[in-house]
Design a protein around this ligand. Structure first.
Ligand code: OFO
Length: 166
């Protein structure tokens, strides 16, 4: 059975994963209407699905452990982007926020002596290592490419090879 504090914190994480899913869906949709960004589009559609899976995993865990996962309302995410570079900066910023939030949760699970939740959260800890690495790599590559059109072409063509995690 999870404590009230753990239930609240896990529900907050449900919201965060749902917001991530929406944010990446918006990025996919924006990329889809730009010329030549088929790879980036697919990358963010997949990323969005992945975040929904992270959310579902949390919901199932909360309910399984005798709590109640209350599906939250969602604010509209950023839907347009001044540049591809800006979009990827937002992606990294978002993942860093998720990592902070997971770290806080891990800390709480230890102070509450909730070792089942602590164990469950390790999957998210590992996932965030992957996601941060992917987001950083992609930002570094874009930085290197700058305005070079053939570089951007290759970036879009190869982006699906840089997806970490599952
Ligand atoms: Fe990429 O954030 Fe979920 O865990």
């Amino acid at each position: 059975m999870i404590s009230q504090a753990i239930q609240e914190a896990l529900n907050k994480q449900v919201l965060m994963e749902a917001e991530s899913s929406q944010a990446y869906l918006a990025m996919a949709s924006w990329a889809e209407i730009q010329p030549g960004l088929e790879g980036v589009t697919e990358f963010f559609y997949q990323q969005s699905d992945e975040e929904r899976m992270h959310m579902l995993k949390l919901i199932r865990f909360i309910n399984e452990r005798g709590g109640f996962a209350a599906v939250p309302p969602l604010p509209q995410p950023m839907v347009t982007f001044p540049s591809l570079k800006k979009l990827f900066e937002e992606f990294l910023k978002h993942e860093l926020q998720v990592s902070d939030s997971i770290n806080d949760l891990v800390h709480l699970s230890l102070t509450e002596k909730d070792y089942a939740t602590h164990n469950f959260l390790q999957w998210y800890v590992n996932e965030q290592i992957e996601e941060e690495r992917t987001a950083r790599t992609l930002n570094d590559k874009l930085e290197l490419i700058g305005d070079d059109k053939s570089g951007l072409y290759l970036f879009d063509r190869d982006i699906l090879n840089f997806r970490g995690g599952d």
